[in-house]
Design a protein around this ligand. Structure first.
Ligand SMILES: C[S@@+](CC[C@H](N)C(=O)[O-])C[C@H]1O[C@@H](n2cnc3c(N)ncnc32)[C@H](O)[C@@H]1O
Length: 448
C-alpha cells in the first residue's frame, strides 16, 4: 500500500504516458476493462469499480493492453499478492483478488458461457467447491534455462508476456515439497555439465513420493548422475531423466521406479500413476470433486455407468463402489492398463476399461451397445463434441460433465439440451486452480 491508501505497482512500461480510468468490468484472467479516449483498454490486475493509473504496453486495432501503475481507490476484493514475482510470472493472474472474489469471477465466467454459447441457465447453481488456496499444485511443467547474465539456471514458470523463465526461488502454488525448492533446484541444475541442455522439468507429487523428471537434450556425465543421486538422497524427491519422447522417461540408472499414488480415502480407492500421466492437479479439490460427481450421478446397484475420458480411473473406481458396473474409456492404452491395475489394487471387480479414441467413429460405434443408465465425462479442453450423438442415442438418465473449459462445456451442454432431450439441472465451479484463471466446473444434465 502506498501513501494516501493508494496501491503502487512496479511499472515495466515506464516512460509511456500515465493514464487514469475507472474499471467497468473484469475479464476471467483478472484484467480490468477501462474505456479511455473512446477505446477499450485491458489493464492487468485491475478490479471492477477501482480507479486506476495505467500505462499502455501494447496497442492493437480494437483495444489496447496496459500495465497497472497504481490503484487510486482499491476495491474491497483487492488483497496483497503473496508472491514476490506476481505480475511478472505467467503462472498466476488472480493473486490480487481475494479467494472469494476469484471464485465469484469464475462462477460468472461459467454462467456467462452457459448463457452466451449454450443458451442455458442451470436450474440450480451449485455452491463452489473450495480447498487450499496455496501449495496445492501436485502436477506441473516448469521451464529451466541457464542465463549467463545471471550466472545461474532459472527454474520456474515462464514470464507472463515473454518467453523468458521467471527468476524466482520459490513458488507459492506448487506443492511445498517442490515449490520451496526452486532455488535449490536452480543450484543443482547449474552444477551439472549439461546445465544448458535441460529445458524443462515435470513435477509429479504423490501422497508419499514426489518425482522431478528432467528433460535432457544431452547425456549426463557420470559425475552429473552422482550429483543427482546425492541430491535425491538429501531431498527425498526422486529424479527421473527423459532423454527423448515420453516413453524414455526413467529413474536414474540402476534405481527402481517410484511408487507414485494418491488415495481417495472416502471411497477406499488408491490410484497409482506414472510421472507422465494425467492426474487432477489439486489433491484436496479432487477428493471433493469426485464425491460431488458421485452424489450428482446418484448411481445405484442397478446402474451401468460409463466414464468417458477416464484416465486412471479417478472417477470410475469410486463410482464402482455404488454402481452395478462401470466401464471406463480412455485414449492412452497404458493409462487404461493402470486403471485396471488400480481396480485390482482397490479390490474392485465391477469396473473394466476400454482403450479408444473418442474422436474416432469406429471407437464410438464399438461403444454403442453399452446403453448405460448414467454417464460421467471429463474431456480435455477441446470438449466432447464427437461423443454427443452417442450420448443422445444412449439417453442415460443422468450425465455428469466435468470440464476444464467453460466454453466447450457450454457448447456441448447446449447441444445436449437443444438436440438430445436433456435439461441442465445443475452447474457450478470448483477451485481446482486458485490464483490462476483456469476454471474447472461440473454440470448435471438430466434426461427430460
Ligand atoms: C481431463 S483428463 C481426465 C482424466 C480422469 N477423468 C481424471 O479425473 O483423472 C482427460 C483424459 O482424456 C483422455 N483423452 C484425451 N483425448 C481423448 C480421446 N480422443 N479419446 C479418449 N480419451 C481421451 C486423456 O488421456 C486424459 O486421461
Amino acid at each position: 500500500m502506498g501513501k494516501r491508501g493508494e496501491w503502487q505497482v512496479n511499472s515495466l512500461a515506464a516512460g509511456r504516458e500515465l493514464l487514469r480510468g475507472e474499471v467497468v468490468d473484469c475479464l476471467p484472467d483478472g484484467r480490468g476493462v477501462v474505456r479511455s479516449a473512446g477505446k477499450t483498454v485491458f489493464v492487468e490486475a485491475a478490479i471492477t469499480g477501482e480507479l486506476v493509473d495505467f500505462r499502455v504496453r501494447r496497442r492493437r486495432r480494437r483495444y489496447d493492453e496496459a500495465e497497472l501503475v497504481a490503484v487510486a481507490s482499491p476495491s474491497p476484493d483487492r488483497v496483497q499478492p503473496r508472491c514476490s514475482v506476481y505480475g511478472r510470472c505467467g503462472g498466476c493472474s488472480l493473486q490480487h483478488l481475494s479467494p472469494a472474489a476469484q471464485l465469484a469471477l469464475k462462477q460468472r465466467n461459467l454462467l456467462d458461457n452457459l448463457e452466451r454459447i449454450g443458451r442455458l441457465q442451470p436450474e440450480q447453481v451449485l455452491p463452489a467447491l473450495r480447498g487450499p488456496a496455496w501449495g496445492y499444485r501436485r502436477k506441473a511443467r516448469l521451464a529451466a534455462r541457464l542465463v549467463a547474465a545471471k550466472g545461474r539456471v532459472l527454474v520456474g514458470f515462464r514470464e507472463r508476456h515473454q518467453p523468458f523463465v521467471t527468476d524466482c526461488l520459490r513458488c507459492e502454488t506448487l506443492h511445498p515439497r517442490v515449490g520451496e525448492r526452486l532455488g535449490e533446484l536452480s543450484a543443482l541444475l547449474g552444477s551439472l555439465s549439461i546445465a544448458d541442455r535441460i529445458p524443462q522439468l515435470e513435477v509429479a507429487v504423490g501422497d508419499q513420493v514426489a518425482v522431478l523428471a528432467l528433460r535432457t537434450l544431452a547425456p549426463p556425465a557420470d559425475a552429473d548422475i552422482e550429483q543427482l543421486r546425492d541430491w535425491q538422497a538429501a531431498s527425498g524427491l526422486r529424479i527421473y531423466l527423459q532423454p527423448g519422447g515420453p516413453q524414455t522417461l526413467a529413474p536414474l540408472p540402476g534405481e527402481p521406479r517410484a511408487q507414485l499414488s494418491y488415495r481417495l480415502a472416502e471411497h477406499a480407492v488408491e490410484i497409482a500413476f506414472e510421472p507422465g500421466d494425467f492426474i487432477q492437479v489439486n489433491a484436496a479439490l479432487n477428493e471433493r470433486l469426485v464425491s460431488q460427481a458421485i452424489e450428482l450421478l446418484a448411481a445405484g446397484p442397478r446402474d451401468t455407468v460409463v466414464d468417458l475420458y477416464c484416465g486412471l480411473g479417478n472417477f470410475s473406481l469410486p463410482l464402482a463402489r455404488a454402481a452395478g458396473e462401470v466401464v471406463g474409456v480412455e485414449l492412452a492404452p497404458e493409462m487404461c492398463r493402470r486403471a485396471a491395475a488400480n481396480a485390482l489394487r482397490s479390490g474392485i471387480t465391477n469396473a473394466r476399461f476400454v482403450t479408444g479414441d473418442l474422436r474416432a467413429a469406429d471407437a464410438l460405434q464399438g461403444l454403442e451397445a453399452l446403453r448405460p443408465t448414467r454417464v460421467l465425462l471429463d474431456p480435455p479442453r477441446s470438449g466432447a463434441a464427437e461423443v454427443l450423438g452417442l450420448l443422445g442415442r444412449w439417453r442415460a438418465e443422468r450425465i455428469v460433465y466435468v470440464s476444464c473449459h467453460p466454453g466447450t462445456l457450454a457448447r456441448d451442454a447446449g447441444r445436449l439440451c437443444s438436440e438430445y432431450g436433456y435439461r441442465l439441472a445443475a452447474a457450478g465451479v470448483l477451485d481446482m486452480f486458485p490464483q490462476t484463471s483456469h476454471v474447472e466446473s461440473i454440470a448435471l444434465l438430466c434426461a427430460e
